[in-house]
Design a protein around this ligand. Structure first.
Ligand code: ADP
Ligand code: MG
Ligand code: MG
Length: 252
């Protein structure tokens, strides 16, 4: 589904990603862990097509298409969803209207008719229940004045509505209390199926008690320096990142 080869990327002339290789198959959950500043958010942003990042070399192929050729909104239509570490606020646009537009754009791209009002409301209700989000939140301006937890839940709500093929969650756990963490994880786990994949970016192991990854990768200084199964996350929780850094520095 997703194939990243020797990806190099920079921001404002500073090289951040220094040769990322990653293969993601349908049905898989990959966790990207690593110390602060290692390039996790950069990788997520490059996947989503955010324009402030420059891809210097390498390739990203998604469902057989060159993802780097597509603008951010085209990637979204192809089924890539990014939940940001810091969700943006959009004054004057309600979540409901934002979702209606987003869903119908995706449907149009797939050659489907726009959802009628009744079906849209039904879908909203079903997904609202999944992430235990309050209706009143959805009629307010997107993310404006939302608490950290509400923003994160709203992101998972949007993901639930759009049913992406590839979901990238960037530190969706930061700032979440245990209840919100459970709800967000439950949403992600419920949406998981054999045809979609999830990349969970997280600094801490805690989220991975709820969203169990098939693979764990450690990003350090712009490279994946170690990969393993879910036990690697547990080991990182116990031992921290220093031993991985040392191994990587020795290998240099
Ligand atoms: P992580 O998510 O792993 O904490 P980031 O991808 O956010 O790491 O950042 C990787 C590196 O890129 C850091 O050294 C950070 O300071 C730098 N960086 C991120 N955004 C910018 C920017 N807008 N301008 C310059 N440097 C940046
Ligand atoms: Mg960070
Ligand atoms: Mg980050």
């Amino acid at each position: 589904m997703l194939s990243i080869k020797n990806l190099h990327a920079s921001i404002e002339g500073k090289q951040i990603l220094k040769g990322i290789n990653l293969e993601v198959k349908p049905g898989e959950v990959h966790a990207i862990m690593g110390p602060n500043g290692s390039g996790k958010s950069t990788l997520a942003s490059v996947l989503a097509g955010r324009e402030d990042y420059t891809v210097d070399s390498g390739e990203i192929v998604f469902k057989g298409k060159d993802l780097l050729e597509l603008a951010a909104d085209e990637r979204a239509k192809e089924g890539v969803f990014l939940a940001f570490q810091y969700p943006i606020e959009i004054p004057g646009v309600t979540t409901t209207n934002f979702m209606k537009t987003a869903i119908n754009k995706v449907r149009e791209h797939r050659g489907l008719e726009p959802l009628d009002a009744v079906s849209f409301l039904q879908l909203m209700k079903e997904k609202m229940k999944l992430v235990e989000i309050d209706q009143s939140l959805l009629s307010r301006s997107l993310n404006e004045g939302f608490s950290g937890g509400e923003k994160k839940r709203n992101e998972i709500f949007q993901m639930a509505m759009l049913e992406p093929t590839l979901a990238v969650l960037d530190e969706t756990d930061s700032g979440l209390d245990i209840d919100a963490l459970r709800i967000v994880s439950n949403g992600v786990n419920t949406l998981k199926n054999a045809d979609n994949a999830t990349i969970v970016v997280t600094h801490y192991q805690r989220l991975l008690d709820y969203i169990v990854p098939d693979f764990v990768h450690v990003l350090y200084d712009g490279k994946i320096v170690k990969s393993g199964g879910k036990d690697l996350a547990k080991e990182l929780e116990k031992r921290g990142y220093d031993w991985v850094k040392e191994e990587a520095d020795v290998a240099k």
